[in-house]
Write a protein of this length. Structure first.
Length: 179
């Protein structure tokens, strides 16, 4: 997808139980939800991802979106994100992967191999993994639900420990809902 030249992306930074959260949006919706420990690294990541945009920190402009995004990080209820407008930017292949990821129910996992098969490109396992790593919106596009074929935790852009925590939260929430 061709970047929209000189469009403004506004962002704010919040704290969560998973670390620092950078929330960024265009006029159309949330375009980035980045999680880390270092504010400067998150800002650098945002600038790298959206280098052709004007990027402005604007804490006053995003209170509603930021609050909802942090609630998702805290509760991992990505199925309840329908009220968040999204502006996901990436290649068509990336967007196809991200769309498949959003269909994985909380508490369930899949593999890179399975996603590649479901896309009709069984040999594109590495491309699927790269699309997961390029995911600009943690939690909302739940790439943490992708595991190795043996069920083990594979790499996660936001850190393997965060992935473990997110999956445990989902399992616990599912068990509580069933019990």
């Amino acid at each position: 997808m061709e970047p929209r030249l000189r469009e403004t992306i506004r962002y704010t930074i919040r704290r969560s139980s998973l670390g620092t959260v950078l929330v960024a949006a265009t006029e159309r919706g949330l375009c980035a939800l980045l999680i880390g420990e270092d504010r400067a690294e998150l800002e650098s990541d945002l600038a790298r991802r959206f280098s052709q945009y004007e990027i402005v920190r604007d804490d006053a402009a995003l209170p509603s979106i930021a609050a909802r995004a942090v609630r998702l990080v805290e509760s991992d209820v990505a199925d309840g994100d329908g009220e968040l407008p999204l502006d996901l930017q990436g290649t068509q292949f990336q967007r196809n992967v991200w769309q498949l990821l959003r269909r994985i129910p909380p508490g369930c996992t899949t593999t890179y191999t399975d996603l590649a098969r479901r896309l009709g490109s069984p040999r594109a396992v590495r491309a699927v993994a790269s699309a997961c790593a390029a995911n600009p919106v943690a939690i909302i596009v739940p790439c943490h639900r992708v595991v190795r074929r043996d069920g083990g935790l594979a790499g996660y852009r936001w850190g393997i420990e965060r992935k473990r925590i997110l999956l445990e939260r989902e399992r616990e929430a599912g068990a509580a809902a069933r019990g």
